[in-house]
Design a protein around this ligand. Structure first.
Ligand code: G6P
Length: 366
């Protein structure tokens, strides 16, 4: 085990550190500067077939579902095709309407999650077009789908998914780029996204390497019994994934909410004992998110802002900064510090990082 850990204290730490090289592997041979697009040969779809797709639906469980929600945002923004995500565990039970013009994407690190496999089988029975976004080659979901995009994250041991989740969102950025470039995404915009993707490994490596600040903040709030994670649009699935990570490895109760929904109920819970992690991308919703932080602090709630924007001094109690990138790719970068926040909180509380109680890496039962 010591050898496999390569000097790291646990697999989650090791796998977070491997993210830059994992992203580079996912991008290798797939980005095309000249035509400002991506090549995803494993999809088996020519430009006419790509153009015929009218909707995209992502299906997955746990973190894979949240990656799907980030994917839906990316596809809608880049390709302007309606897209959404649904927990694969719900899909087969609700007698879904399967639409022949929809591209269904089954997401799974292990490729063995029973609920996701069952969703794929239900889709195939009803004649749906389903591709896989899978890490483990030769796994049940990869075989059942027959086509798709492999994640190339390498083996992931920690129950809490880090590099596989990151490569899911990177793959969906490439899918959005490809679907966009056979539609109305301009070559200039495509080039901007290609360059943004190329810059990701270095930016992610920087966040993981410079985590002393995040460790200090995690220790400061480690005694909290509950935490909110708040975000809007691009920041909303990021908030959901951040809350999930904190829950699963630190056992601190975390709840994710759309920032604008706060005033419709949960604001009643805000007090000095309820810290909020607010995701603040440097995008057109910046002033809205600053308003959210002010509302929370006016009611005595501590705020940790996770941002790539320049926030006014003293706005939040703590600020976790990430490097600026292309706005559409913000969810990928903003997710990384939340892994570290959960990790250092769990460490401060003495939890078993790689094997949280009651959880399994791969759930192959109903
Ligand atoms: C389990 C794990 C989660 C994971 C989910 C989906 O619940 O504890 O961390 O996100 O399964 O796993 P998959 O292998 O399908 O991505």
């Amino acid at each position: 085990d010591d050898y496999e850990l390569g000097g790291h204290s646990d697999f989650m730490r090791k796998e977070m550190a491997e993210q830059a090289e994992a992203i580079a592997r996912a991008l290798a041979g797939r980005l095309d500067e000249r035509f400002a697009t991506a090549h995803l040969g494993g999809l088996g779809l020519d430009p006419m077939a790509l153009r015929a797709i009218k909707r995209v639906k992502f299906l997955g469980c746990g973190s894979a579902y949240y990656a799907g929600q980030m994917g839906a945002t990316l596809v809608e923004e880049l390709a302007r095709i309606p897209a959404d995500a649904e927990p694969a565990s719900e899909f087969r039970y609700r007698n879904p309407v399967v639409d022949p013009d929809t591209l269904y994407v089954a997401i799974s690190q292990s490729g063995e999650t029973l609920d996701t496999l069952a969703a794929v089988q239900e889709l195939r029975r009803k004649g749906g077009r389903v591709i896989g976004a899978v890490n483990v080659v030769g796994s049940a979901i990869a075989r059942e789908c027959g086509s798709g995009v492999f994640l190339h994250a390498g083996p992931e041991v920690s129950v809490a998914s880090t590099k596989a989740l990151t490569n899911m969102t990177v793959s969906f950025a490439m899918l959005g780029l490809l679907l966009g470039r056979v539609r109305d995404l301009s070559a200039a915009s495509g080039q901007r996204i290609v360059a943004g993707l190329r810059a990701l490994p270095e930016r992610v490596a920087r966040i993981v390497a410079e985590d002393a600040e995040i460790e200090r903040i995690a220790k400061r709030f480690a005694d909290a019994r509950h935490m909110f994670f708040l975000g809007r649009v691009r920041g909303w699935p990021v908030a959901r994934e951040g809350a999930q990570k904190l829950k699963e490895i630190s056992y601190v109760h975390a709840e994710a909410y759309q920032a604008a929904e706060l005033k419709h109920g949960p604001l009643a819970l805000i007090d000095a004992e309820m810290p909020s992690v607010v995701i603040v991308p440097d995008d057109e919703l910046l002033t809205k998110n600053i308003g959210t932080i002010e509302q929370i602090r006016a009611r005595g709630g501590p705020v940790i802002a996770v941002t790539n924007a320049d926030l006014p001094d003293g706005l939040a109690d703590e600020v976790i900064r990430v490097p600026r990138g292309e706005p559409e790719l913000d969810p990928i970068l903003l997710t990384i510090p939340l892994q570290l926040l959960a990790y250092h909180t769990a460490k401060a509380l003495g939890r078993d990082i790689d094997k949280p109680r009651n959880l399994a890496k791969s759930v192959t039962v109903e």
